[in-house]
Design a protein around this ligand. Structure first.
Ligand code: ATP
Ligand code: MG
Length: 249
């Protein structure tokens, strides 16, 4: 069970960018958040993760425990992780080292060969070749490769809650099913996946359990796959007009 309750987020200049969002997830699944640029989607997930620069009000509760004020590394240890939009390069540390360490730490695997085998398997899920294991983490990788490797890093952690901030942006058409496969793997391993996306194409390969639309810092619409189709046809402005900027459904 993962719950955010009446969450407000303020950024560095004191501006309120998330204006009271409440969401509750009782079982593993794929929960999509859509919304126009600047709606507050990234701010919401960064604030949930406890990243610097975001002041949070409200409550974030994981399996009955209030984790609102925990530092990021504590949240990670409790099973929350965020796939960021632009993963950073780590010079001098190879992908294999990072993945095997994460796998050992979060999956209770002790044998190095077993951890390496799993690292290779996870790379293959997103269609990255094995020789990526020997490259420095994210260094010199293309935008799409980074997104895919970031998903591998998230899966390696076997999270309870996976926050994915546009894992499909900058990914080519043919790699879209691979991204979908990685997201399904997360869900199948028991994660509540909170997926921010702008791309209806991803949902040709992925059935969301619920879809939320965020607009001007608020959740203004909730539904299923039909919401994604509606947005594709009509955009966002009509929702704002209908909801009057409105109250959360
Ligand atoms: N550190 C900051 N200082 C000032 N404004 C900020 C800061 N971080 C975010 N904002 C503003 O907060 C609003 C929400 O930004 P956010 O990145 O959460 O949007 P988003 O919904 O993720 O948009 P996109 O779809 O473009 O990624 C924007 O208007 C943005 O400019
Ligand atoms: Mg964003």
């Amino acid at each position: 069970m993962f719950e955010v309750s009446q969450v407000k987020v303020y950024v560095s200049d004191g501006k309120e960018v998330v204006k009271g969002v409440s969401l509750s997830f009782s079982k593993p699944g794929i929960y999509v958040i859509m919304g126009p640029n600047g709606a507050g989607k990234s701010s919401l997930v960064n604030a949930i993760m406890g990243h610097q620069g975001y002041v949070v009000e409200g409550r974030i509760v994981l399996n009955g425990e209030d984790i609102t004020k925990l530092p990021t590394h504590e949240k990670a240890r409790k099973g929350i992780t965020l796939a960021v939009q632009m993963p950073i390069e780590i010079e001098g540390v190879r992908v294999a080292e990072i993945l095997t360490r994460i796998i050992k730490r979060f999956r209770g695997i002790t044998k190095s060969e077993e951890a390496s085998r799993l690292a290779r398997e996870l790379l293959s899920i997103v269609g990255l070749p094995e020789d990526f294991l020997y490259r420095y983490f994210m260094v010199g990788m293309s935008g799409g490769e980074r997104k895919r490797l970031e998903l591998v890093r998230v899966i390696a952690q076997k999270p309870k809650v996976a926050l994915l901030d546009e894992p499909d942006s900058g990914v080519d058409v043919e790699s879209m099913p691979l991204i979908a496969r990685a997201i399904k793997k997360l869900r199948d391993e028991g994660a509540i996946v909170i997926l921010i996306s702008h791309q209806p194409r991803l949902f040709e390969y992925l059935e969301p359990d619920e879809v939320y639309v965020m607009y001007d810092g608020r959740i203004v619409l909730k539904g299923g796959l039909e919401v994604i189709k509606l947005i594709e046809e009509k955009g966002y402005t009509w929702i704002a007009q209908k909801s009057g900027g409105g109250k959360q459904p």
